[in-house]
Design a protein around this ligand. Structure first.
Ligand code: ACO
Ligand code: OAA
Length: 410
């Protein structure tokens, strides 16, 4: 069964009562079926991506994502998600030129970031920066398809400078000089350049590009759905993106890549240790965590129950980083946790599990991992915002009121 069929089946199994009186009223005769967390509910159609838990596969506009990750630049994947087709040579050239020409950190955005505490969560900083970018955008209130696409493309170019500057500001302990973008570098190379001030090795660039392709889009996940809810009120694109960032921050969603690294840190990263030693310490940690009924971030998924389709590709990228940086103990920690979770609960890792240690090895602060997710997911969010806008229906479900019966105010 596809994700849609699985969801439709679930919905049929739990017949809902679409009685408008249920919303706040107590007069409904039948108690409606409640779909907590909207689990199994199909709320709309989409052409952007297809998640198939049955075959553990993911398609962007019909193309298998591992194939896109193996061969396509991130700029081509962004074009695909927005336009529906891979770019021609000329279209790719135009997309790349556009991306490279809108990369500067606006002074107002830098000022806004500099006004924030240096130890605030960088997701708060990026959320604030997108708010400022929206306020500055002359086309903010123009919701024509052309303007929406142009704003989406601009955000794709603008976000790396925000994230790179925020990483540098944290390391500097306060306001600092941003590193200027370089027009001779592609999206992935340039983000790494603006962050670390040196050209990254090709292996690192490729692992980073792969993570960007894999993080780009995943149907009606919580942050994308948030963006669609906000768009459905006819609010502007930047407001929808700001809301999506808020939803992504939580550890049950994008915040899990940060939480994974916190787990590794709690177990203890010991570069002098062998993979075997690290594996057995990680296994013991997981056995203990599960005995205490803890939820361990980076494992499990609402839709995939037999493994996340993106994990094998991201794990390959992590393996390449482990080899490049000669850090076998990271592999030991990774394997130990995965094995123990598999044995105890048969729950598989999700994309955030290999992505966390990959970003760690590249040199990013742990709190920067979820902002890196934004740099990629901006493509999927904005593709869905445009799709929602093109065939809009206000998203407004019902609730079953379970509070006190009507009573007079004393
Ligand atoms: C890119 C992304 O956003 S991918 C998701 C990233 N999020 C995480 O990694 C957070 C950790 N994982 C989770 O919390 C969950 O697996 C979710 C939220 C992702 C999906 O959850 P749901 O589909 O709602 O399943 P739910 O949370 O009800 O879990 C079902 C069962 O598996 C268990 N379970 C699920 N995930 C985990 C986990 N990571 N650790 C331990 N147990 C887990 C639950 O405790 C529950 O057990 P129970 O039936 O004995 O109570
Ligand atoms: O689909 C989901 O629920 C979460 C997820 O994996 C993603 O957004 O990439």
């Amino acid at each position: 069964m596809t994700e849609k069929q699985q969801d439709a089946q679930h919905t049929r199994d739990t017949q809902d009562t679409q009685d408008p009186q249920n919303d706040g009223g107590s007069g409904a005769e039948e108690t409606p079926e409640i779909h907590r967390g909207l689990a199994g509910v199909v709320t709309d159609v989409t052409q952007v991506s297809k998640v198939n838990p049955e075959t553990n596969s993911l398609l962007y506009r019909g193309y298998p994502v591992p194939q896109l990750a193996a061969s396509q630049p991130f700029e081509a994947v962004a074009h695909l998600l927005w336009i529906g087709e891979l770019p021609t040579e000329q279209e790719l050239e135009d997309a790349v030129a556009h991306e490279r020409s809108h990369r500067d950190l606006a002074p107002q955005v830098k000022d806004a970031l500099d006004s924030l505490p240096v130890d605030c969560h960088p997701m708060d900083s990026v959320r604030t920066a997108v708010s400022v970018l929206g306020a500055l955008d002359p086309a903010a209130e123009d919701d024509s398809p052309e303007a929406e696409l142009e704003k989406s493309r601009r955000l794709l170019s603008q976000l790396p400078a925000v994230v790179a500057y925020e990483q540098r500001r944290r390391r500097a302990g306060g306001p600092t000089d941003p590193i200027a973008p370089r027009e001779d570098l592609d999206h992935a190379q340039n983000l790494l350049w603006m962050t670390f001030g040196e050209e990254a090795a090709p292996e690192v660039v490729d692992a980073f590009r792969v993570s960007m392709v894999l993080y780009a889009e995943h149907s009606f996940n919580a942050s994308t759905f948030t963006a669609r809810v906000i768009t459905s009120t006819l609010a502007d694109l930047h407001s929808a993106v700001v809301g999506a960032i808020g939803a992504l921050k939580g550890p049950l969603h994008g915040g899990a890549n940060e939480a994974v690294m916190n787990t590794f840190d709690e177990i203890g990263i010991r570069p002098e240790e062998s993979a075997d030693e690290a594996r057995s310490r990680a296994k013991a940690w997981m056995d203990d965590a599960l005995a205490q009924k803890k939820k361990v971030m980076g494992f499990g998924h609402r839709v995939y129950k037999n493994g996340d389709s993106r994990v094998p590709t991201m794990k390959q990228a992590l393996d390449a980083m482990i080899e490049h940086f000669e850090r076998p103990e990271i592999l030991g920690l990774y394997d130990g946790l995965e094995l123990s979770m598999e044995e105890a609960k048969d729950i598989k890792p999700n994309l955030d599990y290999p992505a966390g240690p990959t970003y760690h090895l590249m040199g990013f602060d742990t709190e920067m991992f979820t902002p890196l997710f934004i740099v990629s997911r901006i493509t999927g969010w904005t593709a869905h915002i445009m799709e929602q806008r093109a065939a809009n229906a206000l998203i407004r479900p019902l609730s079953e009121y379970v509070g006190p019966e009507e009573r007079p105010v004393p």
